[in-house]
Unconditional design. Sequence first.
Length: 110
Amino acid sequence: MIARLWCGRAGAQEAPDYLKHVAETVFPQLQRMRGYRGAELLNRTVGDKVEFLAVTYWASLDDIKQFAGSDIDVAKIEPRAEALLSDYDSFARHYELVHRAGDPGRATGA
């Protein structure tokens, strides 16, 4: 499995709208694509901005080309996301998932 990582930053006032856009529009659109295996959106406060790290999971690098195009290292930003973000990385990084540990809380029924 391949993890695709990308970062963008939004002002504190725009951050909730960006989160809503990703959760309600971007991630649901990805669910229809071949090889899609899930996604996560992480955030942290950095000064007066909120930084988002989007992690999507794919069966293969070829599957990522469906939305990223032939150069998968170039970030793809939707117009609505671009309007909400104050700045963002122009690139994405890809990593092969080589190990995943389980949630210890699930083993105990928590």
